[in-house]
Design a binder for this molecule. Structure first.
Ligand code: SAH
Ligand code: DHB
Ligand code: MG
Length: 223
């Protein structure tokens, strides 16, 4: 792949200049890897983007769906004030355990709460607690359920909240109207929801780099 070499070179350059990690972030990836978690965390430049978006939002509260080893969680939580709150939902108990350790090592256990279980079980419980609206919601779990997660994000947010969705391109599968893949169908339904929902306005961006060809969708919640 002629292109992927240049994508990787550019990514290394941007990462070293703009999204330099530190021992805590490196350790989070190292321990996730050692525990056999899949290497599918956001890249450093993407983590920095999430952090910037949270800062631009002036976020005090973040909801994340899909924790893995807590790598994106750490980037996001570092954007929050000391009395901020980040709730992250993770289906796999092993992932949740690794994430909990990584988050504690990052000294973020005071503001981050990892909740274990299928997100569609955790979200109704969370709503029952009547939490203050989330300023940013990052959706990065099972792609088939993403439209449901967007509906929950709407319910748990406010006018002006930002919803960010990972992996909306997946090598380009998303534009195939004949797809029968449940994940791609979930992503297409998500794009339709953003396009048609009266309380959402959004866009989607393609990305290249070490994770291949993929992309993000962003949606702003309207009054
Ligand atoms: N946001 C992470 C990557 C998440 S990978 C990062 O960038 O660092 C996707 C995660 O979603 C996996 O850990 C997977 O176990 C979790 N997941 C899959 N289905 C889920 C569900 N129904 N509810 C909650 N989490 C789920
Ligand atoms: C996969 C999941 C992700 O969230 C991601 O960013 C990349 C890949 C996957 O399930 O393959
Ligand atoms: Mg992802």
């Amino acid at each position: 792949m002629g292109d992927s070499q240049v994508w990787d070179d550019v990514e290394r350059y941007f990462t070293s200049r703009l999204a330099a990690d530190d021992e805590v972030l490196r350790a989070a990836l190292r321990d996730s890897d050692a525990a056999g978690l899949p290497p599918i965390a956001v890249t450093p430049t993407q983590g920095k983007l999430l952090q910037l978006l949270a800062q631009i939002q002036g976020a005090r509260t973040v909801l994340e769906i899909g924790t893995l080893g807590g790598y994106s969680t750490i980037w996001l939580a570092r954007a929050l004030p000391a009395d901020g709150r980040l709730i992250t939902l993770e289906y796999n108990p092993k992932h949740a355990e690794i994430a909990t350790r990584n988050i504690a090592r990052a000294d973020l256990d005071g503001i981050v709460e990892v909740r274990t279980g299928p997100a569609l079980d955790s979200l109704p419980h969370l709503a029952d607690e009547n939490p203050p609206p989330f300023d940013l919601v990052f959706i990065d779990a099972d792609k088939a359920n993403t439209p449901h997660y967007v509906e929950w994000a709407l319910r748990l947010s406010r006018s002006g909240s930002l919803i960010v969705i990972d992996n909306v391109v997946r090598r380009g599968d998303v534009s195939d109207p004949t797809t029968t893949d449940p994940d791609t169908l979930g992503t297409r339904a998500t794009i339709d929801l953003i396009a048609t929902h009266p309380r959402l306005t959004g866009t989607a961006l393609q990305t290249v780099g070490p994770k291949g060809y993929d992309g993000f969708a962003l949606a702003r919640v309207l009054g």
